[in-house]
Structure formats: structure tokens, C-alpha cells
Design a protein. Sequence first.
Length: 199
Amino acid sequence: MLNIISKLILFYFAYLPLFVILTINNFDLKNQYLYIIVILILILGFFLPFFLFRTIKSIAPRNEKMEIKSTKNSEYLSFLVTYIIPFLITPSNINELISLLILFTIIIYLYVDTSLFCVNPLLKILYKYNIYEVWLENRTYFLLSKKSHSNETISLNVKVLSKNLLIEEDCQQRCRIPHFQRFNFPHPHIKFLLNFQIF
């Protein structure tokens, strides 16, 4: 399961575009340090989730039979509403800066304490993850999957990210041919047939 640090990384990744926009809006574009700050923000924003997802790949999946109830991709649009709120507060003085920090503290708490970190537009844009609501073991879960699913009961290889969030194993990893099934072509039996001649 994801720990607090992992969820904070996903929080940072989710609000990466907003951090870049706020940085640009509150710095002089002629300031050369602005571009250095933006580059550092982008580097951290992309590399930290990259290493996090590599760690998630190492988690052993388990096969579970679940019911796909509905798709929740519309939640990505709802998430963008939180992008608008900081624009209503321009930190031109210390009071407004404190107000903005309080707002982000509340958002961070809700993000870490719930499964909001799965509602991340960049997960859809960059990683092609869809969000589904599924029914498993008499509980409702959210499922992150790169595949398209319809409303059906299906067995999937999933990994547990939090108490109510699952992620489907990447098909490239799931569909890998086991080592013992690999053989060089032509296989000895096939080679025998290929060498057989009809007179």
C-alpha cells in the first residue's frame, strides 16, 4: 500500500501544472531565475512519479473477480475545479499568502486521507489511466486501469494501493510469456515436420 510520502508525490504530480502557472504569474518573466525554478518544478514533478510507478510495478498482483459498476473518468473534470480556487487568491501580501497556505493544507489533508490522488488529470493524459468504480468483497473500490472495461463481472490482476483503491497490472507485464514457454523457432517437433519430404 502507498505510504504518506507516495501520496504526497502524487499530490505534487496532480497539481504540477498549477504550481507552474502560479510561479509564472507571481514572478517577473524577465527574471532568469524564474525559468530555473520552473525547470526544477517540472523535473521533480515528472521524475518522482516515474520512480514511484516503477516501485508499484514491483508489487505482486493478485487475481480478483470483481464487478465493473461504472466509469469515473468524469471525475478528472471535477478535479480541475480545484485549479480555479487558487486564482481567486492572489498572494500579494502576507495575509493572502497565509490564506493560500491554509487552503493548500486542507487540500493536501483530503488528498492524502482519501483516494483523491487517483483523480489526477495527468494520470489520464500521460499514463492513459481510466478510473472505474468496482464492487469487490462487498465493498466499493476505485480501479485505475489502462484498459477499457464495460459494465461486467471480470477477473483482473490488481494491486492494492490503498484501502479503497486498486490498480490493474499493466498488460505488457501481465501478458509476458513465461520463460519456460519460450523456445527458438523452429521448435524440434516443427523442425522435424519441415524436414519431412513427400516423394
